[in-house]
Design a protein around this ligand. Structure first.
Ligand code: ZN
Ligand code: ZN
Length: 157
């Protein structure tokens, strides 16, 4: 789904729930969609200032709160950054694979993982309202880069 389609979908989704998808909220979501990776609040603010010169940190945080509440974006707890969600209309459990080398983030949805967590929690009489699972490591591209770097070293000797 392209950016325009997703933005239109997000606007309709907000309006159905009596909320306004203001130009500013739209802009912040659009920046995140265009980025294809996580961004911190201040990085977002810098980008936003290119078109909204009066934007302040509070402006960004308010927009982010809205986008988080509606599930249009996710917050990465371990890196304190934000990523756009492309399928916000299905309430999905979220797990993230975060590459520590290039910063790329992949969202995966493992129902199995969610079920295991829920059933373990249930045994303790605990009700899970929110779960965030973040795995850090190296994406396949960075692993390839690392492997070829190792090979280069090998060739030298
Ligand atoms: Zn998502
Ligand atoms: Zn990577």
């Amino acid at each position: 789904m392209n950016r325009t389609t997703l933005i239109n979908k997000a606007r309709a989704y907000s309006e159905q729930r009596g909320a306004r998808f203001t130009p500013l909220r739209e802009k912040v979501y659009d920046i995140l969609l265009g980025k294809h990776g996580p961004m911190g609040a201040y990085e977002l603010l810098d980008e936003l200032k290119l078109t909204e010169s009066s934007a302040k940190p509070a402006t960004v945080y308010r927009a982010l709160d809205f986008l988080l509440e509606f599930g249009f974006i996710h917050r990465l707890e371990s890196t304190n950054a934000f990523v756009a969600c492309h399928h916000f209309d299905c309430h999905h459990p979220v797990q993230f694979l975060i590459c520590d080398s290039c910063g790329d983030v992949a969202e995966i949805q493992s129902e199995g993982l969610q079920e295991t967590l829920d059933s373990q929690a249930k045994k303790q009489g605990f009700k899970v309202s929110k779960q965030t699972i973040e795995a850090h490591g190296l994406c396949s591209e960075c692993q390839d880069a690392e492997n070829s770097a190792v090979e280069e070293v090998k060739h030298e000797c």
